[in-house]
Design a protein. Sequence first.
Length: 340
Amino acid sequence: MDAVVIGGKLDLTVTEHPVPVPGEGQVRVRVGYVGICGSDLHYYAEGANGAFVVTEPLVPGHELSGWVDLDPAERLQPGTPVTVHPARFGPEGSTPVEPHLRPGGSYLGSAATTPHTQGAMSDYLVVDAGMIRALPAELPVRRAVLAEPLAVAVHGARRAGSLAGARVLVSGAGPIGLLALVAAKEAGAASVEITDLLPQPLERALALGADGVHRVGEDEIPADAYDVVLECSGAAPAVSSAIAAVRRRGTVVQIGMLPNQPVGVNVAPLISKEATITGAFRFLDEIDEAIEILARRPEIEAVITHEFGAADAVEAFETARRPADSSKVIVTLGSATVDA
């Protein structure tokens, strides 16, 4: 089978791998579509994602959809359309904590573990049966590739508490920001505005239903005006802007990942406003809600702007590095052409 492999910084090839054999409690998936995430881009462009360095060949990808190929326990029939929850949770420790925050887990396509946890950008993938999510009939397999990033956005929105009637600002109109816009609307926000440095992502946000857009550096973002700010860019200046924009006793949710090092952020307004800043890391079970949202909102598929075959994976990654030109870039594997 073909697999896209990152060997280090700017080292990406398509290589032949043996077809994996599922063991007890596992299912083999024929992969159709894989989304390129920010972490995948870091592995490709830098050979590392924060502190996690590529030290051996790594198949990237944790946003995927496809079809069941083989379920030895016959729980699912071959050809069943599915997506995958990409996490294996760590063991329960002495301190109670949500499963997705436990140490000792793993995530598809990650160099956080050694050996690395291989990802989904290959013709076939074997995962634990509990990670499989069968798709409803009304959800096309291509659109379902957005289930994982939408789950991240839904989890981030939930970290703010109730958004019913709230005025929300989303910081950053990349793929996660656009999906955070969707998540906030789904959670009952009265209005959702969005910021970005570039005009093209803001145009995409308006098409997806944003109530207002602000171009950073050109438009004045209202201060002390928002009940909740969902910060999705992961840029230190944007975190300072989010703190300035949130109202007194409002909430900033940091969804975008920042470098694992000291960064300059102005937290003084956070103190004087008695505002709250909270983190959001991946998700627990929100992928199930994401699937339900995607099934009834076909317009969300517009977040996907580019599609490349595996043979053009380098072009796909380079396109994903240009936010003015692209939003979510996906790679199609062999099975997508069979069942599309």
